[in-house]
Design a protein around this ligand. Structure first.
Ligand SMILES: CC(C)(COP(=O)(O)OP(=O)(O)OC[C@H]1O[C@@H](n2cnc3c(N)ncnc32)[C@H](O)[C@@H]1OP(=O)(O)O)[C@@H](O)C(=O)NCCC(=O)NCCS
Length: 331
């Protein structure tokens, strides 16, 4: 059995920026309220002609370039998303075609784990590689959340943004840098399925005039409960990741939490008594980009030289399902 490693990363955000000030012109809200409650200052919004697969494509090309891998060498594509281009075909199949690999017949599939989607996909890719079922895997977390957000609902629309992050994985290599996946953990608790949901548009409540009129195709969340859940899981996952690798704070290279809310991260940092400078945070610029959140921050941190060679990077996320997940990668 071999293990898996990250060869390279990439990310993409659309050009259009929506600031807190922009919201204060159309909604009963202020920059001050949004900043103090969430830490978010602005987020990116996909152009009308950009679907999730288009965001994927940019991030995927950047990751392939960073990894020094040609698209044709891929043998599996996994896209974590809750905003697929269509219910079917999968966004991964569309990405395969956009990468010019339509004739290659490699397996491609989407994976739905909301904000934990990237770590779920990374774990799945690692399992394929470890089992010898794939040698070069493209993993993308990509969301056009702007397509599922009700911009008249001040409680939710301020939270989300669009973007994509990607990684190319394979067995640890000797012909270039690679970052070994030391461990991952995936969790879910369907008892809390109602905390974050899009009530209609699926088989339980297909799209109808009535569901559209009632705005049931937009994301809804119980902010307070999700907040509480997030703090508990962030603390639990960081403690668990450090314990399973016997890590003291000084051993950790960086911690990349899900970029949902600054107050969730602050509460966790306080409880764990960890140094702030370990944490990679970019939510002030992008908001919550769901499955793109962790890989976007990972790629930015990597390119900014914030990940220390040989030191473990702890990534963690939580989201709808409820799902939560962590990964430890030796950089
Ligand atoms: C959404 C969130 C920022 C709301 O903050 P909160 O402190 O819990 O606020 P509440 O929902 O209790 O609302 C408090 C008040 O602020 C109001 N409010 C909500 N959004 C507002 C906004 N954008 N601007 C101004 N006021 C707002 C509410 O209407 C409410 O007013 P009321 O008391 O008159 O009814 C916070 O709960 C949160 O971040 N939760 C986690 C969300 C998350 O991470 N989701 C993704 C997980 S993957």
């Amino acid at each position: 059995m071999c293990s898996a490693a990250i060869y390279g990363t990439g990310a993409y955000v659309p050009h259009k920026t929506l600031t807190n000030e922009d919201f204060s012109r159309t909604l009963d809200t202020t920059d001050e309220w949004i900043t103090t409650r969430t830490g978010i200052k602005e987020r990116r919004i996909a152009a009308p002609d950009q679907a999730t697969s288009d965001l994927c494509l940019h991030a995927a090309r950047a990751a392939l370039k960073d990894a020094g891998i040609a698209p044709r060498d891929l043998d599996l594509i996994i896209v974590g998303t809750i905003t697929p281009d269509y219910p079917t075909p999968s966004t991964a199949c569309i990405l395969q075609q956009k990468l010019g690999l339509g004739d290659k017949t490699i397996p491609c599939f989407d994976l739905s784990a909301a904000c934990s989607g990237f770590i779920y996909a990374l774990t799945t890719a690692s399992a394929y590689i470890t089992a010898g079922l794939a040698a070069r895997v493209l993993v993308v977390g990509s969301e056009a959340t702007s397509r599922i957000v009700d911009y008249s609902d001040r409680r939710t629309c301020i939270l989300f943004g669009d973007g994509a992050g990607a990684a190319v994985l394979g067995p640890p290599r000797t012909d270039g840098p690679s970052h070994k996946v030391l461990s991952t953990r995936l969790y879910a608790d369907g008892n809390h399925a109602g905390l974050i949901s899009i009530p209609a548009g699926g088989s339980a409540r297909p799209a109808s005039r009535e569901t559209c009129d009632s705005k049931l195709h937009y994301i809804r969340l119980n902010g307070r409960e999700v907040f509480r859940f997030g703090v508990i899981k962030v603390v639990e996952m960081i403690k668990d990741a450090m314990a399973r690798h016997n890590l003291m704070p000084a051993d950790v290279g960086a911690i990349i939490p899900h970029q949902a809310n600054m107050r969730i991260i602050e509460a966790a940092v306080e409880r764990l008594a960890l140094p702030w400078d370990l944490f990679i945070i970019n939510l002030q610029r992008y908001g919550n980009t769901s499955s793109a959140s962790v890989p976007l921050a990972l790629d930015e941190a990597s390119r900014a030289g914030r990940l220390v060679k040989g030191k473990p990077v702890i990534m963690l996320a939580f989201g709808g399902g409820m799902t939560w997940a962590s990964a430890v990668v030796e950089w």
